[in-house]
Design a binder for this molecule. Structure first.
Ligand code: NAP
Length: 250
């Protein structure tokens, strides 16, 4: 792996100089975390927009897509809100064969799990036909018909306290399921709850080399001001102009 500059506490890498294996090693979670570690991954435009023409993936670049895949390969579980779960990258969470060896040698199971947060207990129907059934965190206020539909489709339903599901309850549920390497892929609504609850341990933020202006949101918006100090860790640069910064909680 080629570091072009090493000045603690952060290290700068050119992504094209790293093999997929080296990227997995770089992005690996701490050895067998004893409790859930919540790492979020987002892409935004230079001017902070989280979507382009209504979709986050339209901000994507080849470098982002490569690192996005590696981040998944080193995680136990992807955590998303119900709206994000409806987008294309959740239809098939298969881990490619060349990543399986890495997963097995690092104590991960072959299958990547999907956890969807939905107070109403409603998820896109196509997720119910996935080879590995999704886990759905639903609030006690969800209707019994919504819960029945999930169970009939093979989903694992975890009932949470009534109303909006708190970040502490999400963290607890993941811990109870033994899913500690958590990759939060959004969207902004879910991420905002996790930020407000002080439950984000790490953020991989990709800056896409474009300005988009428009009405798009930021990655986190909360009614009240929140301040979380972050420490810059790795900086990954792509030939296509992409900049990825890995931020860790101080
Ligand atoms: N740029 C990026 O990296 C990126 C990443 C992800 C998504 N996006 C974009 O963001 C947009 C979707 O954003 P979003 O904020 O609407 O999506 P979201 O957070 O995925 O979904 C919101 C829904 O998730 C459920 N939810 C989230 N947090 C909850 C909580 N604490 N308790 C209970 N339910 C909770 C609720 O579903 P119920 O109504 O069913 O209760 C809520 O309506 C899409 O356009 C997508 O393309 C961009």
């Amino acid at each position: 792996m080629t570091a072009v500059a090493a000045r603690p506490p952060s290290t700068l890498y050119e992504v094209e100089t790293l093999t997929d294996e080296a990227l997995r090693d770089l992005l690996a979670y701490p050895e067998t975390p004893a409790e859930p570690r919540l790492r979020a991954n987002f892409i935004a435009s230079i001017d902070g927009a989280v979507t382009l023409d209504g979709a986050g993936r339209k901000l994507g670049t080849p470098t982002d897509r490569r690192v996005f895949t590696r981040l998944r390969e080193v995680a136990d579980v992807i955590l998303v809100g119900a709206t994000t779960a409806g987008s294309k990258p959740y239809a098939d969470l298969r881990v490619e064969a060349d990543a399986q060896g890495w997963r097995l040698s690092h104590g991960l199971s072959p299958a990547l799990r999907l956890v969807v947060v939905s107070s109403r207990g409603v998820i896109p129907p196509h997720l119910l036909t996935a080879t590995v059934p999704p886990i759905v965190l639903v609030s006690a206020s969800a209707t019994s018909s919504a819960r029945r539909a999930l169970e009939a489709g093979g989903a694992v339903v975890c009932e949470m306290p009534e109303g909006q599901i708190t970040s502490a309850a999400i963290r607890r549920a993941l811990g109870d399921l033994g899913l500690n390497r958590v990759l939060v892929e959004g969207g902004p609504t879910l991420f905002s709850h996790l930020v407000a609850g002080d439950d984000i341990d790490e953020l991989c933020l990709t800056t896409s080399p474009m300005m988009v202006a428009g009405p798009a949101r930021r990655i986190a918006v909360t009614p009240a001001h929140v301040e979380l100090g972050m420490r810059r860790r790795d900086v990954l640069l792509g030939d296509d102009g992409t900049v990825i910064v890995r931020w860790i909680r101080r």
